[in-house]
Design a protein around this ligand. Structure first.
Ligand code: 5GP
Length: 186
């Protein structure tokens, strides 16, 4: 049986990865996703097991030490990771898997699984990225500043990804990622 493709969607926090991801799932029903583990507290409306597995730092460290993660990263004060087994099982069963993860994590996945396709989502401008992060209303001004400072160094890494797309129009960005995923089938 043909193995599925592993697609990694990355880019700075606030760039719209989550919106692209949700939009893709609506138009590509066969695409499967990975639910990450995080030590971050849930935001209002976030559901354990759907948006993230919300775990303690102790639980995170145990899973990390047991080699249960495909990649992990500490970013803006919290730990995030992709549980390895579900991703590998889905790929082996022929399903395409989409990961929405930070830049450090994307680079680890590329190293561990070179046949994956990495996509970097760029903001139209730094000002627009700041506006989107503030508009979300979920982070304090201190957290927003930390995310913007990190974005500056992350943006310098975009060239090492397989693809770069600019999220100035959400429908166009979703169509661009869909086209990239479809290309992996050719
Ligand atoms: P947020 O706290 O806004 O949900 O996510 C913060 C950052 O962590 C985002 O850039 C998001 O893509 C990233 N992230 C979410 N899940 C994972 C993961 O499993 N691994 C890594 N490396 N980053 C993740």
């Amino acid at each position: 049986m043909r193995k599925g493709s592993l697609i990694v969607l990355s880019g700075p926090s606030g760039v719209g990865k989550g919106t692209i991801y949700a939009g893709l799932l609506k138009i590509m029903p066969d695409l499967t996703v990975s639910v990450s583990a995080t030590t971050r507290a849930p935001r209002p409306g976030e559901i354990h097991g759907k948006h993230y597995y919300f775990i303690t730092r102790d639980e995170f460290n145990k899973m990390k030490d047991n080699g249960e993660f495909l990649e992990w990263a500490q970013t803006v004060g919290n730990c995030y990771a992709t549980p390895k087994a579900p991703v590998m099982e889905k790929l082996a069963s022929g399903y395409d898997v989409l990961l929405e993860i930070d830049v450090k994590g994307a680079k680890q996945v590329k190293k561990a699984y070179p046949e994956c396709k990495t996509i970097f989502v760029l903001p139209p401008s730094r000002e627009e990225l700041a506006r989107r992060l503030r508009g979300r209303g979920t982070e304090s001004e201190e957290q927003i500043s930390a995310r913007l400072a990190l974005a500056t160094s992350e943006l310098e890494e975009s060239g090492s990804f397989d693809y770069e797309i600019i999220n100035s129009d959400i429908d166009k960005a979703i169509a661009d990622v869909k086209e990239i995923i479809e290309k992996t089938k050719e």
